[in-house]
Design a protein around this ligand. Structure first.
Ligand SMILES: Cc1ncc(COP(=O)(O)O)c(C=O)c1O
Length: 383
């Protein structure tokens, strides 16, 4: 059959967003400038937060937030083993020791009980991950953090639009880092932002983001600015360009619609894949929360002749793409060799990592294409 390969993710870019990018290209100012400033203001309104700072990626945002903690050698930061490399890598790059606490198999997020056990006198911070866009157990995490004097840097890469007990992630708590990578809930090509209620951290990030300079190029080179500057610290170059912000200006107002569509598609998957032998549905939306459905990631139970990897191959042969979020990050060579992680340490996460697979889910996925996925899944699993 001659049909197109269906990717597991695809961004939805409107004609207005494309026109905005073109207008930016024609404007004479394409790096950080007026569109970035406007995008930051819109994000500030969205979160109801002061001083939202956009940056080149969530990885950059996590690194800057963690660097602002001034970790000393041996200081520990606890996170979830069910995450992307960036969550652990940035802890290491900021000078910390990555410590893991297993997930709750019912939520795929950090288990508060395991987290409490992982905290030592050297623990400085916790990095909960809102896996797949489902909020972590923030009440328990913040209670523990408060009792033990820990900072909380939420890895909210999957979670713009997620709500926890009626409140948006990013509108409360310590610090949140979001991603605008193309497969995320909204995109700027590459990009991210940091929201923090800590004014000192905001100041550090502003400098870390751009060479240690306390003003951006637009403020220095536009009519109102002065080109002179001071270097307050040795910073990075993690700024977002106006070409990227041009996309964000149109993605943010569309976000609610994107999430509504994701929710409808996730509900269709839940309904039509329920009861398929060998497939376990992902944790659903908790009452009172909003699941952003960044991923729809069921588990494929291993049995004779079938496992997750074979399942992915078989779907590919039927022109259906899948994603793998995630391989167990602590079992990669670097984390085993340098940080002594071993198989079997985090059994709940390892079991999920061995079986999880992300099915196609994005706002422009048509119901006909989703039915193609469902048919392929049933065909492969014999359901
Ligand atoms: C949980 C998590 N954290 C951090 C990141 C890093 O995001 P970015 O690609 O914007 O650097 C990702 C990206 O996939 C992620 O999934």
């Amino acid at each position: 059959m001659n049909r197109e390969f269906l990717p597991f993710s695809k961004p939805s870019i409107s004609e207005e967003a494309i026109a905005e990018v073109v207008a930016c290209l024609r404007s004479g100012w394409i790096t950080t400038g007026p569109r970035t400033q406007k995008f930051e203001e819109m994000l500030g309104e969205y979160f109801g937060a002061e001083g939202v700072q956009v940056c080149s990626s969530a990885t950059a945002g996590l690194l800057m937030a963690l660097l602002a903690l001034d970790l000393e050698p041996g200081d520990e930061v606890v996170t979830s083993p069910l995450t992307f490399a960036a969550t652990l890598n940035t802890i290491v790059l900021a000078g910390g020791k990555p410590v893991l606490a297993d997930i709750d198999p019912a939520t795929y997020n950090l288990c508060p009980g395991r987290l409490a056990e992982a905290i030592t006198p050297r623990t400085r911070a916790v990095v909960p991950v809102h896996f797949a866009g489902r909020a972590a157990d923030l009440e328990a995490i913040y209670r523990l953090a408060e009792a033990r004097g820990l900072r909380v840097i939420e890895d909210a890469a999957h979670a713009i639009g997620t709500e926890y007990r009626g409140r948006k992630i990013g509108s409360f708590g310590d610090t949140q880092v979001f991603s605008f990578h193309p497969n995320k809930n909204m995109t700027t090509g590459e990009g991210g932002c940091v929201v923090t209620r800590d004014a000192g951290m905001r100041d550090r990030i502003m400098k870390l983001r751009f060479h240690g300079i306390d003003r951006n190029a637009w403020d220095r080179f536009s009519k109102r600015g002065l080109p002179h500057y001071d270097i307050a610290l040795a910073g990075y170059k993690f700024n977002l360009m106006d070409i990227q912000a041009a996309l964000g200006l149109h993605q943010l107002p569309a976000l609610d619609g994107f999430l509504e569509r994701r929710k409808i598609l996730a509900a269709r998957y839940e309904e039509r894949l329920a009861g398929v032998a060998g497939l376990r549905l992902p944790p659903g939306e908790p009452t009172g929360d909003r699941h952003a459905w960044h991923l729809f990631a069921p588990r494929i139970e291993s049995r004779a002749g079938m496992d997750r990897d074979r399942f992915m191959e078989a779907l590919k042969a039927r022109d259906v793409g899948t994603g793998l979020h995630y391989q167990a990050v602590h079992l990669s060579s670097y984390y085993q060799e340098r940080w002594d992680f071993r198989p079997g340490q985090f059994p709940a996460a390892e079991a999920v990592c061995a079986e999880i697979v992300s099915l196609p889910l994005f706002p422009d996925l048509s119901e006909a294409d989703q039915d193609r996925v469902i048919e392929a899944v049933r065909g492969v699993l014999g359901g």
